[in-house]
Design a protein around this ligand. Structure first.
Ligand SMILES: Cc1ncc(COP(=O)(O)O)c(C=O)c1O
Length: 461
């Protein structure tokens, strides 16, 4: 291994890295990325990479967008900060709320802002509880999420997240957060079970959980249209229509987590539209500003807003708010981001290039290492398996997903391993030629991995 640079050593001694093996990091050091342009990033040695995961599923318009830089700079010059506490407001907050209400895939009465996806989902939990208290249903408080879901890392949203390493030794999940089955047909479908029968079983699992816990205790269900960090899991098409029916039957609030899928990723403005989810509210973040400013937001349905009004009459105030709720720079950047999406017709663009993206992913389904190849719009994944016929996974010690991502990084493509899956989620502005460039690297990387698996006998059970 080459010696670590001075900056790498300084990193190791100072920076705590999320979702990193901190012990291993002390040996291998960081990848230092200081510059970006379009879909490309450059490391401190000048090496170029395709950003195959849009940062963390967020840099939809890519890097170096001068319009967004200018929107932020001029907003800072005009009014670097104000807030919306105690009845104050500003034009950008008003205009952005109107725009989000117009775009929302569900009836939205109001918009409430935070600074991240975690904060958005945290607010969803708080408002669900607040609503049921206001309506005299103090028992109706439990929230159902799903195994392998990702909804954030605050105490409450890490509890919603259905990944064991997000809970372990943090004393999570907290009480009142439940997880139902993960609709990953390739992994959890039973022998001989059709996709339709699998979706029926998933809906039945949810209904059984509600019945077991007591329907009068279940307040909300939260779901990503396509599960991102859990491995880009695309449920069967009939899954959400069946889930909609169960939730309606038991009067359960349906929260759509649009943090990754929102703003065009799946070929519609929102993933809930693509997947047929009858949600009451959505959480947004990431592409809302194309990651040029930290921002999160939720829509609030009229019924819930009426309950909030009643609480204000009773308590004298709405007792919630972050210092940076509706930050004027964030609102200006979000407005400009959405204006650009509309002007360049980002949805049409995604629909145009998605067949190339989906086609290249599906073609890789024939590779000896790939068990499942899945994609919707411009998000997808390859699930690597030791045995394609039996779907047997590699042993966890082999870290096949991470090894594959490392190989792709050496070849100039940044992606994200999630267990044995490798995820792809490029900036939405990617062209068809750039998609080909990206998957040429993936093909070369997989071939290199296959050689290694063969030579090191990694398939041995
Ligand atoms: C679907 C989903 N919800 C919520 C979050 C949390 O967002 P943040 O990291 O901005 O807190 C993420 C982050 O990746 C996400 O993918």
């Amino acid at each position: 291994m080459p010696p670590l640079s001075n900056m790498a050593v300084r990193d190791i001694e100072t920076v705590v890295h999320p979702y990193t093996n901190l012990a291993r990091h002390r040996e291998v050091g960081p990848l230092i990325l200081n510059e970006g342009k379009g879909i490309y990033l450059y490391d401190d040695k000048g090496k170029r990479y395709i950003e195959g995961l849009a940062g963390l599923w967020c840099t939809a318009l890519g890097y170096g967008n001068e319009e967004l830089v200018e929107a932020a700079a001029s907003a800072m010059r005009k009014l670097s900060y104000t807030n919306v506490f105690a009845g104050k407001s500003h034009d950008a907050a008003i205009e952005l709320s109107e725009k989000l209400k117009e775009l929302a895939p569900c009836p939205a009465s109001k918009v409430l802002f935070g600074c991240s996806g975690s904060e958005a989902n945290d607010m969803q939990i708080k408002l669900t509880w607040y609503y049921n208290n206001a309506r005299g249903r103090p028992r109706k408080k439990k929230i159902i999420s799903r195994e392998r879901a990702y909804h954030g890392v605050t105490v409450a949203t890490a509890s919603l997240t259905g990944l064991p390493w997000v809970h372990a030794d943090f004393d999570l999940p907290i009480a009142g957060i439940l997880h139902t089955s993960c609709p990953h047909y390739y992994r959890f479908g039973e022998a001989g079970e059709s996709e339709e029968a699998f979706a029926d079983r998933m809906a039945r699992d949810l209904e059984d959980l509600i019945e077991r816990e007591g329907p009068d205790t279940i307040a909300a269900f939260i779901a990503e249209p396509i599960m991102g960090a859990g491995g880009v899991i695309v449920p069967p098409r009939s899954y959400f229509p069946k889930i909609n029916e169960v939730l309606a039957k038991y009067d359960v609030r349906f929260i759509g987590d649009e943090v990754i899928c929102g703003f065009g990723r799946t070929g519609n403005w929102f993933g809930t539209q693509t997947m047929g989810m009858a949600v009451n509210s959505i959480s947004m973040a990431k592409a809302i500003t194309s990651a040029y400013f930290p921002m999160g937001a939720i829509t609030i349905e009229e019924e819930l807003y009426q309950a909030m009004l009643d609480e204000s009459r009773k308590l004298g105030t709405f007792g919630h708010g972050f210092t940076y709720t509706a930050h004027p720079v964030g609102c200006a950047v979000a407005l400009k981001t959405i204006e650009i999406y509309e002007r360049i017709r980002i949805i049409d663009h995604v629909r145009k290039v998605a067949p190339v993206f989906e086609g290249r992913i599906r073609r890789l389904g024939g590779h000896p290492l790939v068990g499942d190849a899945r994609a919707v719009g411009l998000i997808g994944a390859l699930e690597l398996v030791a045995d394609k016929d039996t779907r047997r996974a590699f042993g966890p010690k082999q870290g096949i997903g991470a090894a594959c991502a490392d190989t792709l990084q050496e070849l100039g493509l940044i992606v994200r391993p999630m267990g044995d899956s490798v995820a792809f989620c490029p900036p939405l502005i990617i062209t068809a030629d750039e998609i080909d460039e990206m998957f040429d690297i993936v093909e070369a990387g997989l071939d290199r991995m296959e050689e290694r698996v063969h030579h090191e006998n990694l398939r041995a059970a």
